[in-house]
Design a protein around this ligand. Sequence first.
Ligand code: FMN
Length: 182
Amino acid sequence: MELMEVIKQRISVRNYLPDPVPSEVLEEILEAGRLAPSAQNRQPWRYIVVQGTEQTAALAKHCGLIGLSNFFIKSAPLVIVACADSKANLRVNSQDYYLVDTAISFHQMILAATNHGLGTCWMAAFSEKILKKYLQLPPSWRVVALSPFGYPTENKGLYGKVLSAFAGSKDRLPLSKIVRYR
Ligand SMILES: Cc1cc2nc3c(=O)[nH]c(=O)nc-3n(C[C@H](O)[C@H](O)[C@H](O)COP(=O)(O)O)c2cc1C
């Protein structure tokens, strides 16, 4: 797909078929994340790949109370947990760039997955404390986000419809509101 087409195709998907993601596709997704730019090339991103609906269902149970809203990840054949090692942080202008770096890298993975017809959904609703304990992550790591990866079901499902309506997911601010020319 052409890049702009991939960007337009990506939407948050909350209904997945159990069909596995082919290993060569997974490799390409991970490679897309690996090649991302980062502040001073510190590459702080670290990824936990959770494969198989048994494993994703177990993960769904360890996202805490807030994570209950994202219980749909249990039906996905693959979930990737995006983490950032604070030991590889670059702090400039009071900003911690390891989180920015990881978001850039993870979104490259999400776009690569979209290019293969996979659905994804950025997710921030989880208890970092519970997830870190379950995944046995080092103390210096932060959990930035997680996303399911899988082929979408034909129907969006009621929950997906309600959530995207609630978030106004189709709306974007016009360029006139977000860009200033000097
Ligand atoms: C950082 C981030 C966190 C998000 N967290 C969640 C989440 O926890 N659960 C969820 O269902 N959607 C979550 N979303 C998806 C947003 O609701 C969605 O991206 C937005 O409404 C735009 O819709 P679209 O992705 O379909 O274009 C998150 C998105 C981002 C970028």
